[in-house]
Design a protein around this ligand. Structure first.
Ligand code: AMP
Length: 279
Protein backbone atom coordinates (compact mmCIF):
# COMPACT_ATOMS: atom_id res chain seq x y z
CA UNK A 1 0.00 0.00 0.00
CA UNK A 2 1.43 3.37 -1.03
CA UNK A 3 1.24 5.99 1.69
CA UNK A 4 1.11 9.41 0.09
CA UNK A 5 1.01 12.82 1.69
CA UNK A 6 1.61 15.22 -1.21
CA UNK A 7 -0.86 16.12 -3.99
CA UNK A 8 1.98 15.96 -6.57
CA UNK A 9 2.95 12.39 -5.65
CA UNK A 10 -0.73 11.42 -5.75
CA UNK A 11 -1.13 13.03 -9.17
CA UNK A 12 1.84 11.07 -10.56
CA UNK A 13 0.42 7.80 -9.26
CA UNK A 14 -3.17 8.28 -10.49
CA UNK A 15 -1.99 9.57 -13.89
CA UNK A 16 0.11 6.44 -14.28
CA UNK A 17 -2.81 4.24 -13.27
CA UNK A 18 -5.14 5.88 -15.75
CA UNK A 19 -2.52 5.50 -18.50
CA UNK A 20 -2.48 1.79 -17.68
CA UNK A 21 -6.27 1.65 -18.07
CA UNK A 22 -6.99 1.22 -14.36
CA UNK A 23 -10.31 2.34 -12.86
CA UNK A 24 -9.80 4.26 -9.62
CA UNK A 25 -12.12 3.77 -6.64
CA UNK A 26 -12.10 6.26 -3.77
CA UNK A 27 -13.19 5.97 -0.14
CA UNK A 28 -12.92 9.33 1.64
CA UNK A 29 -12.68 9.08 5.45
CA UNK A 30 -11.72 11.08 8.51
CA UNK A 31 -9.95 8.08 10.00
CA UNK A 32 -10.50 6.21 13.30
CA UNK A 33 -11.48 3.45 10.91
CA UNK A 34 -14.11 0.81 11.69
CA UNK A 35 -16.05 -1.87 9.81
CA UNK A 36 -18.31 0.79 8.26
CA UNK A 37 -15.32 2.24 6.43
CA UNK A 38 -14.11 -1.24 5.50
CA UNK A 39 -17.54 -2.02 4.00
CA UNK A 40 -17.13 0.98 1.68
CA UNK A 41 -13.69 -0.21 0.59
CA UNK A 42 -15.05 -3.74 0.03
CA UNK A 43 -18.03 -2.45 -1.95
CA UNK A 44 -15.61 -1.10 -4.56
CA UNK A 45 -14.25 -4.58 -5.31
CA UNK A 46 -15.13 -5.47 -8.88
CA UNK A 47 -16.07 -1.85 -9.62
CA UNK A 48 -12.57 -0.39 -9.38
CA UNK A 49 -9.20 -1.96 -10.18
CA UNK A 50 -7.26 0.41 -7.89
CA UNK A 51 -8.49 1.59 -4.51
CA UNK A 52 -7.53 4.80 -2.75
CA UNK A 53 -8.53 5.63 0.82
CA UNK A 54 -8.14 9.20 2.01
CA UNK A 55 -7.68 10.13 5.64
CA UNK A 56 -8.19 13.77 6.54
CA UNK A 57 -9.92 15.25 9.57
CA UNK A 58 -11.32 18.18 7.68
CA UNK A 59 -11.36 21.26 9.92
CA UNK A 60 -13.83 23.22 7.79
CA UNK A 61 -16.68 20.76 8.35
CA UNK A 62 -16.57 21.13 12.13
CA UNK A 63 -18.73 24.00 13.30
CA UNK A 64 -17.59 23.31 16.85
CA UNK A 65 -13.91 23.67 17.83
CA UNK A 66 -14.25 21.22 20.74
CA UNK A 67 -15.73 18.55 18.47
CA UNK A 68 -12.79 18.97 16.06
CA UNK A 69 -10.30 18.83 18.90
CA UNK A 70 -11.89 15.70 20.41
CA UNK A 71 -12.40 13.86 17.12
CA UNK A 72 -10.56 10.51 17.45
CA UNK A 73 -7.22 10.35 15.64
CA UNK A 74 -5.25 7.10 15.39
CA UNK A 75 -3.25 7.17 12.16
CA UNK A 76 -0.88 4.33 13.07
CA UNK A 77 -3.74 1.95 13.88
CA UNK A 78 -5.60 3.02 10.72
CA UNK A 79 -2.56 2.34 8.54
CA UNK A 80 -2.07 -1.09 10.15
CA UNK A 81 -5.75 -1.96 9.67
CA UNK A 82 -5.75 -0.98 5.99
CA UNK A 83 -2.51 -2.85 5.40
CA UNK A 84 -4.04 -5.94 6.99
CA UNK A 85 -7.05 -5.89 4.65
CA UNK A 86 -4.71 -6.10 1.64
CA UNK A 87 -7.46 -4.32 -0.31
CA UNK A 88 -6.09 -0.80 -0.55
CA UNK A 89 -3.54 0.33 -3.16
CA UNK A 90 -2.93 3.82 -1.80
CA UNK A 91 -3.65 5.75 1.37
CA UNK A 92 -3.63 9.52 0.93
CA UNK A 93 -3.09 11.55 4.12
CA UNK A 94 -2.84 15.16 2.95
CA UNK A 95 -1.38 17.99 5.00
CA UNK A 96 -3.74 20.74 6.04
CA UNK A 97 -1.54 23.31 4.24
CA UNK A 98 -1.98 21.46 0.93
CA UNK A 99 -5.75 21.20 1.34
CA UNK A 100 -6.15 24.79 2.52
CA UNK A 101 -3.26 26.89 1.19
CA UNK A 102 -2.86 30.36 2.61
CA UNK A 103 -5.58 32.68 1.36
CA UNK A 104 -7.96 29.80 0.62
CA UNK A 105 -11.29 31.38 -0.28
CA UNK A 106 -13.38 28.95 -2.34
CA UNK A 107 -16.47 27.26 -0.92
CA UNK A 108 -19.03 24.96 -2.46
CA UNK A 109 -22.60 25.48 -1.30
CA UNK A 110 -25.17 22.88 -2.40
CA UNK A 111 -28.31 24.88 -1.73
CA UNK A 112 -30.82 22.02 -2.05
CA UNK A 113 -29.39 20.11 0.92
CA UNK A 114 -27.15 22.49 2.80
CA UNK A 115 -29.41 24.07 5.38
CA UNK A 116 -31.88 21.32 6.37
CA UNK A 117 -31.48 18.50 8.98
CA UNK A 118 -27.79 18.39 10.03
CA UNK A 119 -27.16 21.56 8.00
CA UNK A 120 -29.58 23.51 10.21
CA UNK A 121 -27.92 22.15 13.35
CA UNK A 122 -24.37 22.55 12.15
CA UNK A 123 -24.00 25.77 10.12
CA UNK A 124 -21.21 25.53 7.55
CA UNK A 125 -20.79 21.78 7.99
CA UNK A 126 -21.93 20.79 4.51
CA UNK A 127 -20.01 23.60 2.81
CA UNK A 128 -16.93 22.11 4.40
CA UNK A 129 -17.90 18.61 3.26
CA UNK A 130 -18.77 19.64 -0.31
CA UNK A 131 -15.56 21.63 -0.68
CA UNK A 132 -13.21 18.97 0.65
CA UNK A 133 -14.89 16.13 -1.26
CA UNK A 134 -14.66 18.13 -4.50
CA UNK A 135 -10.95 18.64 -3.84
CA UNK A 136 -10.50 14.91 -3.16
CA UNK A 137 -12.33 14.02 -6.40
CA UNK A 138 -10.02 16.35 -8.34
CA UNK A 139 -6.85 15.20 -6.61
CA UNK A 140 -7.53 11.46 -6.85
CA UNK A 141 -9.21 11.62 -10.30
CA UNK A 142 -11.50 8.88 -8.99
CA UNK A 143 -13.81 7.10 -11.43
CA UNK A 144 -16.04 5.83 -8.64
CA UNK A 145 -16.37 6.81 -4.97
CA UNK A 146 -18.12 5.04 -2.09
CA UNK A 147 -20.20 6.86 0.54
CA UNK A 148 -22.18 5.42 3.46
CA UNK A 149 -25.95 5.66 3.84
CA UNK A 150 -25.30 6.33 7.51
CA UNK A 151 -24.61 9.93 6.43
CA UNK A 152 -27.59 9.96 4.10
CA UNK A 153 -27.83 13.72 3.73
CA UNK A 154 -24.16 13.84 2.82
CA UNK A 155 -24.78 11.15 0.19
CA UNK A 156 -27.65 13.18 -1.36
CA UNK A 157 -25.54 16.31 -1.34
CA UNK A 158 -22.58 14.61 -3.03
CA UNK A 159 -24.83 13.13 -5.73
CA UNK A 160 -26.26 16.62 -6.39
CA UNK A 161 -22.79 18.19 -6.43
CA UNK A 162 -21.40 15.67 -8.91
CA UNK A 163 -24.39 16.13 -11.20
CA UNK A 164 -24.39 19.93 -11.01
CA UNK A 165 -20.65 20.32 -11.61
CA UNK A 166 -20.37 17.48 -14.18
CA UNK A 167 -17.71 15.77 -12.11
CA UNK A 168 -17.04 12.45 -13.89
CA UNK A 169 -17.25 10.20 -10.86
CA UNK A 170 -19.82 7.49 -10.15
CA UNK A 171 -21.26 7.54 -6.62
CA UNK A 172 -21.72 4.19 -4.90
CA UNK A 173 -24.04 4.13 -1.85
CA UNK A 174 -23.27 1.55 0.85
CA UNK A 175 -25.84 0.49 3.49
CA UNK A 176 -25.25 1.43 7.14
CA UNK A 177 -23.12 -1.07 9.06
CA UNK A 178 -24.22 -1.67 12.65
CA UNK A 179 -23.03 -3.19 15.91
CA UNK A 180 -24.85 -6.38 16.95
CA UNK A 181 -27.12 -4.29 19.19
CA UNK A 182 -28.10 -2.08 16.24
CA UNK A 183 -26.02 1.03 16.93
CA UNK A 184 -24.66 2.42 13.66
CA UNK A 185 -20.86 2.20 13.59
CA UNK A 186 -19.27 5.61 13.95
CA UNK A 187 -15.85 6.96 14.89
CA UNK A 188 -17.64 9.10 17.49
CA UNK A 189 -18.90 5.97 19.33
CA UNK A 190 -15.38 5.66 20.79
CA UNK A 191 -16.04 8.78 22.83
CA UNK A 192 -19.11 7.32 24.56
CA UNK A 193 -18.68 6.31 28.21
CA UNK A 194 -19.79 2.72 29.02
CA UNK A 195 -23.04 4.16 30.43
CA UNK A 196 -23.63 6.30 27.32
CA UNK A 197 -22.81 3.32 25.11
CA UNK A 198 -25.62 1.40 26.81
CA UNK A 199 -28.01 4.35 26.38
CA UNK A 200 -26.98 4.71 22.72
CA UNK A 201 -28.62 1.38 21.86
CA UNK A 202 -31.96 3.12 22.39
CA UNK A 203 -31.41 5.25 19.28
CA UNK A 204 -31.74 2.49 16.65
CA UNK A 205 -34.25 0.65 18.87
CA UNK A 206 -36.57 3.68 19.09
CA UNK A 207 -36.20 4.34 15.36
CA UNK A 208 -37.03 0.73 14.59
CA UNK A 209 -40.08 0.79 16.89
CA UNK A 210 -41.26 3.93 15.09
CA UNK A 211 -40.90 2.17 11.73
CA UNK A 212 -43.02 -0.71 13.01
CA UNK A 213 -45.70 1.75 14.24
CA UNK A 214 -45.75 3.41 10.83
CA UNK A 215 -45.93 0.09 9.00
CA UNK A 216 -48.97 -0.69 11.16
CA UNK A 217 -50.62 2.53 9.96
CA UNK A 218 -50.22 4.49 13.20
CA UNK A 219 -50.65 8.21 12.51
CA UNK A 220 -47.28 9.76 11.65
CA UNK A 221 -47.40 12.56 14.24
CA UNK A 222 -48.23 10.10 17.04
CA UNK A 223 -45.48 7.65 16.03
CA UNK A 224 -42.91 10.45 15.88
CA UNK A 225 -44.06 11.89 19.23
CA UNK A 226 -43.76 8.48 20.88
CA UNK A 227 -40.26 7.98 19.47
CA UNK A 228 -39.25 11.46 20.63
CA UNK A 229 -40.46 10.73 24.16
CA UNK A 230 -38.68 7.35 24.25
CA UNK A 231 -35.41 9.00 23.26
CA UNK A 232 -35.76 11.78 25.83
CA UNK A 233 -36.51 9.24 28.53
CA UNK A 234 -33.37 7.34 27.49
CA UNK A 235 -31.35 10.52 28.15
CA UNK A 236 -31.02 11.95 24.64
CA UNK A 237 -31.43 15.54 23.56
CA UNK A 238 -33.21 15.20 20.23
CA UNK A 239 -32.11 17.66 17.52
CA UNK A 240 -34.46 16.39 14.85
CA UNK A 241 -36.64 13.38 14.17
CA UNK A 242 -38.35 13.47 10.78
CA UNK A 243 -39.84 11.30 8.09
CA UNK A 244 -38.45 12.56 4.77
CA UNK A 245 -38.46 11.68 1.08
CA UNK A 246 -35.32 9.77 0.11
CA UNK A 247 -34.44 11.71 -3.00
CA UNK A 248 -35.19 15.32 -2.08
CA UNK A 249 -35.15 15.03 1.74
CA UNK A 250 -38.37 17.03 1.84
CA UNK A 251 -40.69 16.33 4.79
CA UNK A 252 -42.96 13.37 3.95
CA UNK A 253 -46.64 13.62 4.84
CA UNK A 254 -47.08 9.85 5.15
CA UNK A 255 -45.08 6.66 5.39
CA UNK A 256 -44.71 5.22 1.89
CA UNK A 257 -41.97 3.63 -0.21
CA UNK A 258 -38.92 5.89 -0.68
CA UNK A 259 -39.37 7.66 2.63
CA UNK A 260 -36.93 7.39 5.53
CA UNK A 261 -36.78 8.26 9.21
CA UNK A 262 -33.92 10.59 10.10
CA UNK A 263 -32.68 11.34 13.60
CA UNK A 264 -29.93 13.35 15.26
CA UNK A 265 -29.66 13.19 19.04
CA UNK A 266 -26.98 13.85 21.63
CA UNK A 267 -25.78 12.06 24.72
CA UNK A 268 -23.79 14.62 26.67
CA UNK A 269 -21.67 16.41 24.06
CA UNK A 270 -21.66 13.47 21.65
CA UNK A 271 -24.01 13.89 18.72
CA UNK A 272 -25.22 10.71 17.01
CA UNK A 273 -27.17 10.38 13.76
CA UNK A 274 -29.07 7.52 12.20
CA UNK A 275 -31.64 6.88 9.49
CA UNK A 276 -33.75 3.92 8.35
CA UNK A 277 -35.85 3.33 5.24
CA UNK A 278 -39.55 2.87 5.88
CA UNK A 279 -39.78 -0.41 3.91
P1 AMP B 1 -16.24 9.48 8.28
O1 AMP B 1 -14.87 8.95 8.45
O2 AMP B 1 -17.11 9.35 9.49
O3 AMP B 1 -16.27 10.85 7.65
O4 AMP B 1 -16.95 8.52 7.22
C1 AMP B 1 -16.37 8.24 5.98
C2 AMP B 1 -17.34 7.47 5.14
O5 AMP B 1 -17.70 6.27 5.82
C3 AMP B 1 -18.65 8.23 4.85
O6 AMP B 1 -19.06 7.97 3.52
C4 AMP B 1 -19.60 7.62 5.84
O7 AMP B 1 -20.95 7.69 5.44
C5 AMP B 1 -19.12 6.19 5.87
N1 AMP B 1 -19.56 5.53 7.08
C6 AMP B 1 -19.30 5.90 8.37
N2 AMP B 1 -19.92 5.08 9.23
C7 AMP B 1 -20.59 4.16 8.48
C8 AMP B 1 -21.42 3.05 8.79
N3 AMP B 1 -21.72 2.70 10.04
N4 AMP B 1 -21.93 2.34 7.75
C9 AMP B 1 -21.66 2.67 6.46
N5 AMP B 1 -20.88 3.71 6.12
C10 AMP B 1 -20.35 4.45 7.11
Amino acid sequence: MHIITSPMALKDLVTQWHQQGERIGLTPTMGALHDGHLALIRALTGKASRKIVTLFVNPTQFNNAEDFHLYPRQHEADIALLQKTGEVDALYIPHKEDMYPQGFSTKIFVSQFDTMLCGADRPGHFEGVATVVTKLFLQTQADIAAFGEKDYQQLCLIRRLVKDLNIPVEILAVPTQREVDGLALSSRNRRLTPEQRRQATQLPAALHACLIDLRHQHPLSEALARCHTTLEKAGFIVHYLDLRKEETLEIAEKAEPHTRLFVAASLGNIRLIDNMPIF
